[in-house]
Design a protein around this ligand. Structure first.
Ligand SMILES: Nc1ncnc2c1ncn2[C@@H]1O[C@H](COP(=O)(O)OP(=O)(O)OP(=O)(O)O)[C@@H](O)[C@H]1O
Length: 619
């Protein structure tokens, strides 16, 4: 046997650590070493067996394809129709997971999920029990893995750019009869080939090795750029290169292409290929890591910017981050903002912060608590009045809040409490940016930014007829909802860290620490009064604690509503009296103790007024 006999050549080339393929000048494969077979999936080392066969009507087909048409043998919507998948929105290069019965329209509806080309999600997943078989398919776009799990058996394929993965179950036995594995291009077993009825080879113990010697190169390889060149060189074209990055059958490789000549006659071409999928993977992983790092850095930057913009509005929860992000956006626009949230959630400080971060920050910020001003007064307080507009009016007339806030921001707190009459006037100001003082004839024009807040559900109020729909849409241009504290306990630490030193400072005591038992109590409580209630409870605790530590016994929480089954039943008279007392107190405090103006506002006589003050022991 001479050294260049066929068996020696095979032995030597099989020892190479690179793939090596030689074709003759007709494109017939003369040498295809073991490494090349390994790189292109021709030699098979999978563990799971199946016999050779072909797809039959009634078989269950499971597909996971990260880019339709790219590496699945040019699968298209027609091929998908063979499973009953009919959807005009599916385009080439979209990703799809589909499970259906082959060729039996109507036997069982297919289930499928798609993602548009260029989507942002990390995974596409479908888990179902299909014709009583538990199936789970996942396309992991980050780690580039497609996995099909049938009952407890998992079939996975890694990919670089694209892959079409498929498992076929026998329609009668529901057992796996075919699964996709690397090398499907060389074997001609892409999704499309199988769906078009092409016979597939056995895998596992009955594997027939794909005999490539003597076959035309295009039978084993897609006619992509490099294979076409390989063929052209074998035919006589003068191209050669060393170590060029090219993709063959979807695998990233580094190729060297050389002509083979005998006595200056072109007799073929040789292609040496190195598998660089691992390197490519590492590069992609590195790019991914860099991307994530950049994302994290910009998040951190944003977080810092948000914390700087809202130093008094703290919280680490995602909800509060979102609120801050929205509020920062709101502060950069001139739109009306509506802040929603239960009492004590921080609507007022957020409104102030929006103003502070806006270009109006040096202009007035006027806070009007619409719920605290008696209805009869609210109009003149908001719009002002001309001299002699009503009894008790100042002789020189008075500017209203809208005039005072001109050029800046007016914060209409508890907007859900204003009467429908006043709502009409408010709507006019918002629409026309002008109004008349009470008793006035001169139109006053203002340039004002409106922030409103409420703890009511304005949509419910609209249905009840107590809030005008047109006003609602005018103020609800930029809504921001602050979730209740019980839904974001993660904020508790930041709040305590901010509030506790503030209280100690105000009271003038040394700073105090809070014990872990006390923190536990705080974390397990529902906080119906939100942050305001937290501040009150902490203030009380600071006062009660004699040493430097706030202990659980100093945290005096109300019984949770859920635990407190008994309801406080109060006689009606007592209830009404309590209510009357609080209205008189609120009016007096609004007029800073001016009794004359308070009794006028309440429209009660002097005698009645003094009687009630005495009865309720009002200072
Ligand atoms: N995220 C927060 N960070 C720091 N302090 C907060 C926060 N949220 C609320 N507070 C504090 O809680 C108290 C109540 O907040 P604020 O008055 O803004 O609530 P509100 O929603 O306007 O309440 P109401 O609806 O009763 O008027 C204030 O002392 C405020 O400083």
């Amino acid at each position: 046997m001479s050294l260049n006999s066929e068996s020696y050549v095979k032995m030597f080339t099989d020892m190479m650590s690179e793939g090596f393929i030689v074709i003759d000048n007709e494109g017939k494969i003369q040498i295809y070493n073991n490494k090349a077979k390994e790189i292109f999936g021709i030699s098979y080392d999978g563990q799971i067996n199946h016999d050779k066969g072909k797809i039959n009507i009634g078989d269950i087909v499971i597909i996971g394809d990260n880019s339709i048409g790219q590496d699945d043998g040019k699968m298209d919507s027609d091929s998908l129709k063979s499973l009953g998948v009919k959807d005009n929105n599916i385009d080439m290069r979209d990703s799809i997971i589909a499970i259906g019965v082959f060729g039996k329209d109507g036997m069982a509806n297919p289930v499928f999920k798609t993602l548009k080309n260029g989507h942002k999600e990390d995974v596409l997943k479908l888990k179902t029990s299909y014709l009583e078989v538990d199936i789970e398919v996942e396309i992991d776009f980050v780690n580039k893995i497609i996995s099909i799990k049938v009952r407890d058996e998992e079939f996975t394929l890694n990919y670089i750019n694209a892959i079409g993965h498929m498992v076929v179950l026998d329609g009668v036995t529901k057992q796996m009869k075919f699964y996709q594995s690397h090398g499907y291009t060389a074997r001609g077993e892409s999704i499309n080939d199988i769906l078009k009825g092409k016979e597939y080879r056995a895998k596992g113990k009955n594997t027939e090795t794909l005999d490539v010697i003597g076959k035309n190169i295009f039978e084993i390889h897609k006619s992509d750029n490099i294979i076409q060149q390989f063929f052209n060189v074998a035919k006589g074209e003068d191209i050669s290169y060393i170590d060029k990055f090219e993709e063959i059958n979807g695998y990233p490789t580094m190729c060297t292409l050389l002509p083979v000549e005998d006595q200056k006659q072109r007799i073929g071409a040789a292609l040496k290929v190195e598998d660089i999928s691992e390197i490519k993977k590492i590069i992609m992983e590195r790019d991914n890591a860099i991307n994530q790092l950049e994302k994290a850095e910009s998040q951190l930057k944003e977080e810092k910017a948000l914390n700087k913009a809202f130093p008094n509005f703290v919280g680490d929860s995602e909800q509060i981050e979102y609120v801050k992000r929205m509020a920062l956006k709101a502060s950069k626009t001139n739109s009306n903002v509506l802040i929603l949230g239960e009492s004590g959630t921080g609507k007022t400080i957020l409104a102030q912060a929006i103003h502070q971060n806006s270009k109006l920050k040096d202009k007035p910020f006027i806070h009007v608590n619409c719920g605290a001003i008696p209805e009869t007064l609210l109009e003149s307080e908001l719009f002002g009045y001309e001299k002699g507009a009503f009894t008790g009016a100042r002789s020189e007339g008075k500017k209203g809040f809208f005039e005072i806030a001109n050029g800046g921001t007016i914060f209409l707190d508890e907007i859900g409490d204003i009467s429908t009459n006043l709502q009409v006037k408010l709507l006019q100001v918002i629409q026309e940016k002008s109004f008349y003082r009470v008793g006035g004839t001169e139109k006053i024009t203002v340039n004002i930014r409106i922030i409103a807040a409420t703890n009511k559900n304005l949509e419910d109020e609209m249905i009840k007829g107590s809030f005008r729909e047109d006003l609602y849409y005018r103020i609800n241009v930029f809504p921001i909802w602050i979730p209740p504290l019980r839904e974001r306990k993660q904020d508790m630490n930041a709040l305590i860290e901010l509030v506790l030193p503030k209280i100690c400072n105000e009271i003038g005591c040394k700073s105090k620490r809070i014990s872990s038992e006390a923190i536990n109590l705080i974390l397990n409580y529902d906080w119906p009064g939100n942050v305001r209630e937290l501040e009150n409870i902490l203030e009380r605790a600071v006062n009660l604690a004699e040493g430097n530590n706030i202990l659980s016994k100093h945290i005096a929480l109300k019984l949770n509503k859920k635990e407190n089954k008994s309801v406080d039943i109060v006689p009606l008279k007592e209830y009404l009296e309590g209510y009357e007392k609080s209205i008189i107190e609120r009016t007096l405090s609004f007029y800073r103790g001016d009794k004359k103006r308070a009794m006028e506002a309440l429209k009660i006589s002097k005698t009645t007024f003094y009687e009630k003050i005495k009865k309720y022991n009002i200072e």
